[in-house]
Design a protein around this ligand. Structure first.
Ligand SMILES: C[S@@+](CC[C@H](N)C(=O)[O-])C[C@H]1O[C@@H](n2cnc3c(N)ncnc32)[C@H](O)[C@@H]1O
Length: 226
């Protein structure tokens, strides 16, 4: 059953790639000024002072990779959607690879000063495999910044527990089909996963909209050996 949900994540992103590209390019999502985009960029900014090797895991159509490549960083994006990677390779600056976040080692990309996952950790096993790979993906002193839905988001529709939830395109206009399910983790569950993988949380932000409702949670983590 679980692997069925994992497959639905991948097929939903593949089959909705064109609508996602339209939504990003028309500014319906990720537009400058939007709460979660600005909050992510504010967290990243202090790390960008010197040239670095940067990996965007679940890079989508490639906006962030291009932004960092334009600033002179060695920027790489990886995404499980072949269609999104094809688009990024054609239209975005940076290097792009089609792969699952759970098996990044096979790409032999080397190690990184900065790894980012912006709303791209959907599954159960691929996500725990990715977190377990961080001590090998990050250079000494390197960090991974993860932005994801705030666990409080799910209180509206279900009780607070770790497990699969139905997906939603969150009101995005356009011709979206079936949405990807999401393996929701409580904060305690995130912490247990990090601890089991030798990862520590070094910063945590809860960007809110003007009504005070958290739009996301941003976790900056690093291997405990750093
Ligand atoms: C909400 S989009 C975010 C895209 C991009 N990070 C951004 O900021 O616009 C989620 C992305 O995660 C990718 N994704 C989902 N599961 C993945 C997996 N197991 N491995 C690699 N990419 C994955 C999807 O294909 C999609 O491009």
């Amino acid at each position: 059953m679980t692997s069925g949900f994992e497959n639905q994540v991948l097929t939903a992103w593949e089959s909705n790639a064109a609508s996602w590209i339209d939504a990003v390019s028309s500014g319906e999502i990720r537009a400058p000024g939007s709460v979660t985009r600005e909050a992510l960029l504010a967290v990243l900014e202090p790390y960008l002072a010197s040239q670095l090797k940067f990996l965007d895991v679940g890079s989508g159509e490639g906006w962030l990779v291009e932004m960092l490549a334009n600033r002179g960083h060695d920027a790489i994006g990886v995404d499980s959607s072949a269609a999104l990677i094809e688009h990024a390779k054609k239209f975005r600056k940076g290097r792009f690879y089609n792969a699952n976040q759970g098996s990044l080692a096979a790409l032999q990309l080397g190690d990184f000063e900065l790894v980012v996952c912006n709303f791209s950790l959907f599954g159960d096993k691929p996500v725990s495999d990715f977190i377990a790979s961080l001590p090998f993906l990050l250079k000494p002193g390197g960090v991974c910044v993860i932005q994801t839905l705030h666990p409080a988001h799910f209180l509206k529709e279900s009780y607070y527990s770790t497990g699969w939830r139905r997906g939603t395109w969150a009101g995005l206009p356009g011709a979206f089909g079936a949405s990807p399910p999401l393996f929701m983790r409580t904060l305690e569950s995130w912490w247990a996963l990090f601890r089991a993988c030798g990862i520590q949380i070094i910063d945590l932000k809860e960007p809110s909209d003007t009504s005070g409702i958290p739009q996301s949670i941003i976790l900056t983590v690093s291997p405990s050996r750093n």
